[in-house]
Design a protein around this ligand. Sequence first.
Ligand code: CP
Length: 301
Amino acid sequence: MLHHIIESQQFDTKTIAKLFALADKLAKKPGSPLKGKIMASLFYEPSTRTRFSFESAMLHLGGQVITTENAEEFSSAQKGETLEDSIRIVSGYVDVIVMRHHQEGASRRAAAVATVPVVSAGDGPGQHPTQALLDLYTIKKEIGKIDGITIAFVGDLKNGRTIRSLSYLLGKYKNVKIFFVSPKELKVGNDIKEYLDKHAVSYEETADLAKVAPLVDVLYQTRIQKERFANEAEYKKLKGVYQIDMRLVDTMKKKSIIMHPLPRVDEILPEVDASPKALYFKQAKYGLFVRMALLASILKK
Ligand code: CP
């Protein structure tokens, strides 16, 4: 049974398969399995997709939601309350806490003191495990398999928590090949590479997107994250380094897809949105079903 959701490593392929089957079922017929349950969404960092999809998931399943966006300003954190104390208090009011925080490791700290399950909705440059699950669900639905896929992660691989969490999940499947495409300043961390080595996952690092695009089943684009740079000048140097346009899309395999956790800035041009390969909006919709399955699994009696 699922309890806290803190990092991708905690999932095995059997649990993931069960979760995806439940997501398929709940997408068709949600029912009201969470009637009488309350979820708190506690967001210390901005969000559109994660917060709204978790809240919508809870409401679809008959549960209720209490919420704070910008918790740094609109909760007693503003008065100096520690994260631990806030979590102790909110634990007494709800059945599950979904939390996004700007500090890596904050979800683990919250889980250590919570008396109800804590679900990480992203912690700084750390992990975003529920995003990785919905990404994997998208790949399974759209490519039809996870074993044997070739995927390119593109952009800010140093700070991108979604690619970190998805790499950890992909390490659990067979014959997956990963291309990490980034400028040298934004290369993927050694912790990920060590994990992939340990799990015998084949990967290559390159800066050449044009060379890799025709080889992959999934092109996973990411935003260059302005908020993680020490100064504006460093960000401006790398902003726009990889842009997906229709010229690039036309070089990709017929059945390949383009994913992005969103939000995007300028890294996928709007002209690509009409392409059948552009999966990013559908990917965000799949997040609703996966989060319904997660909440139902965590809160089932
Ligand atoms: N993908 C994602 O986490 O989006 P939000 O920041 O809008 O939640």
